[in-house]
Unconditional design. Structure first.
Length: 134
């Protein structure tokens, strides 16, 4: 894993999650992020290294090498702030207590397949994006 890149682990079969990753890729002007599916070998390895139980993980995970990892609303807000510009204002949402933010996140996560659908297999990146995926 590149030390100067942040890694986003996401549910590779979730349509909402895949859409969110496409949203991030379009706004990642500084080439800050790399991506891997939670279900991939590298995703499972990285969760195991951090003591995260994959069977209980229903969240996006943001790994900042040498710093920490973040889940749920903390991960989403940190990702948004890295876009720069007006996106930095998303930090204001951290004033909302984490249990409330994560509660909303959990409701969406619990219903994401029903509301947005799912794929039979993880997304396959285009050749142009292949280098961004582990």
């Amino acid at each position: 894993m590149e030390k100067d890149r942040k890694l986003i682990l996401f549910d590779g079969v979730c349509n909402l999650c895949n859409g969110a990753i496409q949203f991030v890729i379009k706004r990642d002007k500084k080439d800050t992020f790399r991506y891997a599916a939670l279900q991939s070998d590298i995703g499972l390895q990285l969760m195991q290294e951090r003591g995260i139980d994959p069977s209980k993980m229903d969240s996006i995970i943001l790994i900042e090498p040498g710093v920490a990892y973040f889940t749920k609303s903390d991960a989403a807000l940190r990702i948004g702030q890295d876009f720069g510009g007006l996106w930095k204002a998303i930090a204001l949402l951290t004033w909302i207590p984490r249990p409330i933010r994560d509660g909303i996140y959990d409701i969406i996560a619990k219903n994401r397949y029903r509301w947005f659908g799912r794929k039979d297999a993880c997304m396959i990146p285009t050749p142009e994006l292949q280098a961004k995926f582990l």
